[in-house]
Design a protein around this ligand. Structure first.
Ligand SMILES: C[S@@+](CC[C@H](N)C(=O)[O-])C[C@H]1O[C@@H](n2cnc3c(N)ncnc32)[C@H](O)[C@@H]1O
Length: 340
């Protein structure tokens, strides 16, 4: 079967991911331990609120205060062997996800595969490995939207982007877990409106090949564009037989990549990282490690944008400047906690 981690798609081209990941690991090795997927390979997270060093209680999720601050919820790894197996077929580790959302999606996955049981699903996928992406897409929630959580985009438009652009340009923006690309194209429109799009580098990554293919195809329905004013829809989209496709000015600045955020981090520095509405599905200790790695690839004064129900761990050198918007504190990278 296709290993999505082996196939990085950059502006339509497909290259191998591994050398990039290896380079990044080397580059980051001096600053922090990269999160490794799977409990056995995860470093025990440090818990400065309670202990100076790695906290085995937290690691066992028996430290509610730490995990309340991590803001990633709680849970246990999925009990369904089929869920673990099928995610494994896509190079993903089920142990990184909270069980409850995955197991809630299991009936939808069986429906997508048109089978009645997990055993039938496994047999079918063993016969037709090409069905793995559809099964994974049914299990992992991919809900997204243009300008989702409008006040956050308004804050980016009116304050955050002008402030960043006054320090340096062109800007670099990464949508980590981009789904079908609506989030990254929303950023592209903001940059175009501010006259900042030329030369900017925008990257969207997601572990689902289906999602990244949709982002590359970039054909959206009128309903999907309902949050965009008609004047901007006409300016930034071409109508292709009833579907809307972003204009070349936006398309040439965006790149897409299939990548598991549990294994691959994009070399920074990034001025804006959007990591929204994925941490809530992860085990708390995994989310905490991802937050830390994202902070390590932020540019000075760069911002991390979260989902409404998500909050990075308090120990990280971030300052909340707007709801869901966290700026790297001065000298922040140097103040990152030591790896556990
Ligand atoms: C609920 S959607 C959020 C999309 C977008 N960030 C937003 O807020 O509108 C969560 C996304 O996270 C992606 N995802 C889940 N696990 C991932 C992983 N290990 N690496 C990268 N992306 C992942 C899913 O495929 C899905 O597209």
């Amino acid at each position: 079967m296709t290993d999505p981690l082996n196939h990085i798609k950059f502006a339509g081209r497909t290259t191998s991911a591994r050398p990039v990941a290896a380079r990044q690991r080397t580059r980051l090795a001096g600053t922090l331990a990269l999160p490794k997927v799977g409990a056995a390979r995860l470093p025990a997270p440090a818990c400065p609120e309670h202990h100076r060093r790695a906290c085995p209680e937290c690691y066992r999720r028996a430290c509610p205060e730490h995990h309340r601050r991590a803001g990633a919820g709680s849970g246990s790894a999925p009990s369904s062997p089929f869920v673990s197996w099928v995610l494994g077929q896509a190079g993903l580790d089920a142990a990184t996800y909270r069980a409850e959302p995955l197991e809630r999606r299991l009936p939808a996955c069986l429906r997508a595969l048109r089978v009645h049981s997990e055993a039938q699903a496994r047999t079918l996928i063993e016969e037709q490995p090409g069905l793995v992406p559809a099964a994974v897409s049914a299990l992992l929630i991919g809900v997204t939207d243009f300008f989702r959580d409008a006040p956050v985009f308004e804050a980016l438009r009116s304050e955050i982007l002008p402030e960043l652009a006054s320090r340096r340009r062109p800007l670099r923006v990464w949508s980590a877990s981009c789904s079908n690309g609506a989030e990254l194209y929303s950023m592209a429109i903001l940059l175009a409106e501010a006259g900042l799009i030329e030369g900017s580098h925008l990257l969207g990554s997601d572990c689902r090949t289906d999602a990244v293919e949709a982002a590359q195809a970039a054909l959206y329905t009128t309903h999907e564009l309902r949050n965009i004013a008609p004047s901007n829809r006409e300016r930034y989209f071409d109508n292709l037989n009833g579907r809307w496709s972003p204009v070349q000015q936006l398309r040439r600045c965006v790149n897409w990549k299939v990548a598991d955020l549990g294994r691959h981090f994009e070399a920074g520095p990034w001025d804006v990282i959007l990591w929204r509405n994925m941490a809530i599905y992860l085990m708390p200790e995994v989310a905490a490690s991802v937050w830390q790695c994202l902070v390590s690839v932020l540019a000075p004064s760069g911002v991390l944008v979260t989902g409404q129900a998500e909050r990075p761990p308090a120990r990280l050198p971030l300052t909340c400047v707007k709801r869901c918007v966290y700026r790297l504190s001065d000298n922040g990278a140097a103040r990152l906690p030591a790896p556990g």
